[in-house]
Design a protein around this ligand. Structure first.
Ligand SMILES: NC(=O)C1=CN([C@@H]2O[C@H](COP(=O)(O)OP(=O)(O)OC[C@H]3O[C@@H](n4cnc5c(N)ncnc54)[C@H](OP(=O)(O)O)[C@@H]3O)[C@@H](O)[C@H]2O)C=CC1
Ligand SMILES: O=C(O)C1=N[C@H](C(=O)O)C[C@H](O)C1
Length: 254
């Protein structure tokens, strides 16, 4: 039985992950973490307000769906205390990921930071990376619900990072283009543009649009429900038990 801690258990993703863990009889919900929770336990599962109180606690995996501002500290804490992190929270810098991978290796602990757990989104990223080799002109449009705290999305950043590996560098748009309203051309990453849309009614969606002489290619993924992320979280929890370092991206465990 793999014992799982869930940080951010009251949130949109955390609560969906609680249901997923409860419905898998090879997983045990060992503890719940939220700094503002008033309950001491829920259905016999202890609730912790301060993660420091989990030092020495017996558990295998730390699932994190919290906030970009706390995800790095939480992941570091998990590794330092012997919990294998499975982190969906976004907002990590490249330097933080490098440092956490080094820490995981020094502890011999598996772990996963996955900007997106939906299998379709992993495929979208893979197809985008492949297409960028032939279509260096590309714009990423990510569309999310209006409660999302970070922009651009972690998925858009990871997509751009993967595209960068195969795309020949190019600063897109006219050399003399002017933004008459600041931000009209979106955020720039390695010469390509990322646009963030926030609207009520959306869940998580992304389009990657390629353009070339006389043709275009549009790739799109839609998460209509947060349950779309759960098979990936389940795979992550099981796979981190079998590896000895942290990886960035679910594709490494599929
Ligand atoms: N990788 C993936 O596939 C996916 C990743 N995400 C990412 O997951 C993160 C969470 O998203 P979502 O569930 O929508 O957000 P929510 O705001 O719904 O949930 C976050 C929860 O974390 C709680 N929280 C805040 N600080 C802490 C802390 N230090 N320890 C424990 N809990 C804490 C919040 O409590 P309070 O509200 O009281 O502050 C809240 O209940 C985001 O970064 C999002 O981008 C989302 C979907 C899929
Ligand atoms: O906040 C969200 O909702 C999501 N966050 C992740 C991201 O930033 O890419 C994954 C998914 O897009 C949903």
């Amino acid at each position: 039985m793999t014992k799982v801690i869930i940080a951010g258990f009251k949130g949109r993703m955390g609560s969906t992950a609680v249901d997923m863990v409860k419905n898998d009889n090879t997983l045990e919900l060992a503890a719940l973490v939220d700094p503002f929770a008033t309950e001491k336990e829920i259905d016999g599962v202890p609730v912790f307000n301060d993660k420091a109180d989990l030092a020495g606690f017996a558990a295998d995996v730390w699932v994190d769906f919290t906030m970009p501002s706390v995800a790095y500290d939480n992941t570091k804490f998990a590794l330092e205390n012997g919990f294998r992190p499975v982190v969906g929270t976004t907002g990590f810098t490249e330097a933080q990921i490098t440092e956490l991978i080094a820490l995981s290796k020094s502890k011999g602990l598996g772990g996963l930071i996955a900007p997106n757990f939906a299998i379709g989104a992993i495929l979208l990223m893979e197809f985008s990376q492949k297409a960028a080799k032939y279509f260096p002109d590309v714009e990423i449009i990510e569309l999310h619900h209006d409660k999302k705290k970070d922009a651009p999305s972690g998925t858009a950043v990871k997509t751009a990072e993967l595209i960068k590996e195969t795309r020949t560098y190019k600063k897109q748009g006219a050399a003399d283009e002017v933004e008459t309203i600041a931000g009209a051309r979106g955020a720039e990453f390695d010469g390509m543009r990322i646009h963030s849309v926030r609207l009520p009614g959306l869940v998580a969606h992304q389009e990657v649009i390629f353009g070339a002489n006389g043709e275009g290619l549009t790739l799109r993924h839609d998460s209509y429900d947060r349950v779309s992320f759960m098979s990936g979280v389940n795979i992550g929890i099981k796979q981190v038990m079998t590896i000895t370092e942290l990886v960035y991206g679910l594709e490494h465990l599929l």
